[in-house]
Design a protein around this ligand. Structure first.
Ligand code: S3P
Length: 170
């Protein structure tokens, strides 16, 4: 483990980045940073409201700024928003300097988790086939992460254990 490295969780909405990230941080006794929550705290409104009132472009610019800033702290566990890794500056920094984990699930599992979400602007009103296309398109990019964790059929504890084992032997 290099000193400046953080553990970075990425993957689709509904992949458990926040819950698995926070459990991993507890297990490793590291601080946990959830980027979506940081954005909401800093702007004082929900992500949905940011999309509704300021638009997605504004959100993406803010997301880039805050993510690159938080990545400078180390070592911490960071959960990115589902779209953050699509940003080339974030992707470059994560791949160059950090340990990245893609939480990969079968698309049907992801669909069932995000379909009725009222908090996720990109999922609200989206049709199933649009979400499936988004999952497939993004999976090509998520797959650049240093580690892919195939989460189907694993319990949360088993997923965390896999990650901790990788971290400890890295
Ligand atoms: C987004 C995912 C969300 C949040 C925003 C956009 C996306 O985070 O950042 O709604 O583009 O996939 P989660 O992946 O934590 O739901």
């Amino acid at each position: 483990m290099k000193l400046k490295e953080n553990l970075v969780f990425l993957g689709m909405m509904g992949s458990g980045k926040s819950s698995i990230g926070s459990l991993t941080a507890k297990r490793l006794e590291l601080n946990f940073i959830d980027i979506d929550s940081e954005i909401e705290n800093e702007l004082g409104i929900s992500i949905k409201k940011i999309f509704d009132t300021k638009g997605e472009n504004y959100f993406r610019k803010f997301e880039e700024k805050i993510t690159l800033k938080k990545l400078k702290l180390n070592p911490v566990v960071i959960s990115l928003g589902g779209g953050a890794f699509m940003n080339k500056n974030i992707k470059k920094e994560v791949l160059k300097n950090h340990l990245s984990f893609w939480l990969n699930w079968n698309y049907k599992t992801l669909l069932s988790r995000i379909k009725y979400s009222k908090k996720r602007p990109l999922a609200i009103n989206a049709k199933n086939d649009e979400l499936v296309r988004l999952i497939k398109k993004r999976s090509n990019i998520y797959s650049k992460a240093l580690y892919e964790i195939k989460c189907d059929n694993l319990s949360k504890n088993e997923i965390v254990k896999k990650i901790v084992d990788i971290y400890e032997t890295h």
